[in-house]
Design a protein around this ligand. Structure first.
Ligand SMILES: Cc1cc2nc3c(=O)[nH]c(=O)nc-3n(C[C@H](O)[C@H](O)[C@H](O)COP(=O)(O)O)c2cc1C
Length: 289
């Protein structure tokens, strides 16, 4: 009896495959893509098969998919292939409902800026408009296109180089970087669900990339097999960049309890206060390393 259900994706009807995968891979950032048609009509539509893929050169990629119901392609797709320019506008929580309106399947000549009630402003490098209200607007040119298939649901990847970055100063912190709380981004989940990245949903984790960490494999085995401590708690100890010294071990000798359950409870309390070295010293003393 297993509690995992497994699928070959090709055995699933397209709709179910799409819904399972978009429920699993998330939250996805949203590219609110502004393009211009050959005739010069403004177009605005959201795309969550999207991310930043390179800083040097600065590259974003998003995918416009063939419609599952009739295998047709979208206006953004045609506009990019026609003139190779797009402005990627980032979607903050205050814009999420207007973004949603712009995803409606309007005819090619309908201006989604007007439908969604957002303000088109001129770009500096490319011809498509920026969304004035978007806190970040990225002017981009098309670098490369990759068609992933010819059937309904197939994506076309648009690999785009960022030529200009516009940022509302209201979302900047004192150090000139973007304040995660102020930009208040939204991400796309499965179903009709979204994530608002603000308040308690945002947390920070220190990661001294340049230094090697201790890793789970160097923690005492009895600690790793704990029935009390969670993987997340143990990971905070495994993130330490060195094990306690002989002196540290001696300093914690007296404090080391003789019951395993007590030890794990003590370590839990110490982890809460950031006492990672002390936790490791107690564990190493208890398990004699
Ligand atoms: C939040 C959100 C994310 C979306 N992401 C995608 C996507 O990644 N790829 C896609 O083809 N359609 C996506 N859509 C659907 C398109 O926005 C929709 O088909 C739209 O009408 C296309 O507009 P266009 O023809 O003006 O390009 C998304 C819709 C929403 C609301």
């Amino acid at each position: 009896m297993t509690d995992i259900v497994s699928y070959n994706p090709y055995d699933l009807p397209l709709r179910d495959r799409h819904r399972l995968l978009t429920g699993a891979v998330g939250p996805r950032p949203i590219c609110w893509a502004s393009t211009l048609s050959k005739e010069g009509n403004a177009n605005l539509a959201p795309y969550s098969f999207f991310n930043l893929f390179s800083s040097n050169p600065p590259i974003i990629v998003f995918s416009s998919n063939r419609r599952g119901r009739d295998n047709t392609t979208k206006d953004t797709y045609h506009n990019l292939l026609d003139n190779g320019e797009v402005v990627v506008n980032m979607v903050s929580y205050d814009l999420v409902h207007q973004m949603n309106i712009s995803s409606t399947d309007y005819a090619e000549n309908i201006n989604e800026f007007s439908k969604a009630g957002v303000t088109p402003i001129a770009s500096e490098v490319v011809k498509p408009f920026r969304v004035k209200e978007a806190k970040v607007q990225l002017e981009c040119t098309l670098e490369d296109t990759k068609h992933l298939g010819n059937e309904g649901g197939a994506g076309t990847l648009f690999i785009c180089a960022i030529q200009k970055i516009h940022i509302h100063t209201s979302i900047l912190a004192e150090d000139g970087l973007i304040d995660s709380q102020k930009i208040d981004l939204v991400g796309r989940l499965g179903r009709n669900d979204y994530l608002r990245a603000s308040g308690d949903a945002i947390f920070s984790i220190n990661n001294p990339f340049e230094k090697q960490n201790v890793g789970f494999d160097n923690l005492p085995k009895g600690l790793v097999e704990s029935k009390i401590l969670t993987g997340a708690e143990l990971a905070q100890l495994a993130m330490e960049t060195q094990l306690p010294s002989e002196e540290d071990l001696l300093n914690h000798q007296e404090e080391t309890p003789d019951h395993e359950e007590k030890l794990h409870q003590m370590i839990r309390e110490k982890i809460k206060e950031g006492g990672y070295q002390a936790s490791l010293a107690l564990a190493m003393n208890f398990y004699k390393r």
